[in-house]
Design a protein around this ligand. Structure first.
Ligand code: SF4
Ligand code: SF4
Length: 355
């Protein structure tokens, strides 16, 4: 069935979509013309999943854009700064920035913690504190420092993505684990959908079960809680995060568009690369949907986006595991070079942990 025939043009999908208003006032027309539309249309989709979730006809406009991106990738990606993405991915999967670590204790050796690229680039010290906490509660949990390859997948370069992703699966095999614990929501969704041979467990669900370091933020000003869009359908994960916030007594407010109706932070779909103007507008728009100055999230990309949008983005993990950020409620800011150096330091730190 042609999706444009099914579409009743109710425009429900447009209400939470950052890009459709830029290109059309009719989703039905957009669907009818998608095959002839310029590359800039498909590559402006943030892959946030809002359209499919709210559509009364179960149409996923995102899925049509994914198909279009795959068709266009061989000829069009070069026009969207793709060389930088490839450079990023080759480095991300290189020996310099990846490692696996096992420990002598065997109680939880069937599990591995995967911090993900964004957190590793942000703070090696934070990753170290999380690993120490996990080793206390779950001795022997391995560490898997690898990338999930989302940048190549989301841009439609499927051949390259499959090559990269096989390196992650190789490392999972090497560790012999049956459960991967993810700190990053993109890693979580990649593994959950593409690696059914392992159980994917969100770090936040695990922390809600094993407990978090003692904190008391009852004197802090209220913050807003932003749910990352890959978690849209993950109700137990939403609950776990809120449970942790209540445990540390942090006063928090909900966005009007939260949980399954959450909106993209502006970084989804590599939008900052493919349509930087739209990405910036969405960062500002989302950040200003709350009166709160500080926005807490559980994805480092979302936190950075909220800061770039003019508010103060702070990671939930900062509050739990970084004494300085927990006191100041301000993340340290650093540029691209420092991020790469941090990733290298994270790798060295993990490799040097006592087994
Ligand atoms: S996935 Fe998000 S950005 Fe893409 S079309 Fe759907 S609602 Fe819009
Ligand atoms: S929500 Fe679904 S039916 Fe309504 S306009 Fe969007 S695609 Fe069409």
């Amino acid at each position: 069935m042609n999706p444009s025939t099914e579409c009743i043009d109710c425009k429900a999908c447009m209400k939470g979509c950052l890009m459709m208003g830029e290109f059309t006032d009719s989703p039905k027309t957009l669907l009818e013309t998608i095959k002839e539309s310029p590359a800039s249309v498909a590559f402006s989709c943030a892959a946030c999943g809002y359209c499919a979730h709210v559509c009364p006809k179960d149409i996923s406009i995102e899925a049509h854009f994914v198909k279009r991106k795959v068709e266009l990738a061989p000829t069009e990606l070069k026009n969207f700064g793709y060389r930088a993405v490839l450079f990023h991915q080759v480095l991300s999967f290189s020996k310099a920035l990846t490692t696996i670590k096992t420990f002598r204790a065997t109680d939880f050796s069937h599990m591995a913690f995967m911090p993900g690229c964004a957190l590793s680039s942000y703070s090696p010290a934070l990753v170290k504190s999380i690993i120490a906490h996990l080793q206390e509660a779950c001795p022997g949990m391995s560490v898997l420092m690898q990338c999930c390859g989302k940048p190549t997948r989301v841009l439609g370069d499927i051949d390259r993505f499959e090559g990269f992703y096989s390196l992650l699966e190789r490392d999972i095999d090497r560790l012999g684990v049956t459960t991967v614990v993810t700190a990053c929501e993109n890693c979580y969704m990649s593994l959950k959908t593409l690696s059914p041979q392992v159980k994917t467990l969100s770090l936040y669900k695990l922390l809600a079960q094993i407990g978090v370091p003692q904190r008391d933020f009852s004197e802090a000003k209220p913050v807003a809680l932003h749910d990352p869009c890959p978690t849209r359908l993950e109700k137990p994960l939403h609950e776990a995060v809120r449970q942790i916030l209540r445990t540390i007594k942090l006063p928090f407010e909900e966005f009007k568009f939260n949980r399954d109706k959450t909106q993209c932070c502006g970084s989804g779909g590599m939008l900052a690369l493919t349509n930087p103007k739209l990405a910036r507008e969405q960062m500002v728009s989302r950040a200003h949907q709350t009166e709160c100055e500080t926005i807490v999230s559980y994805c480092q990309e979302c936190c950075s986006s909220m800061s770039r949008g003019g508010k103060n983005g702070v990671h939930l993990l900062d509050l739990l595991f970084d004494e300085t950020v927990a006191k100041t409620l301000t993340q340290p800011k650093h540029g691209t070079l420092t991020s790469w150096i941090n990733r290298y330091k994270t790798k060295r730190m993990i490799a040097s942990l006592k087994g």
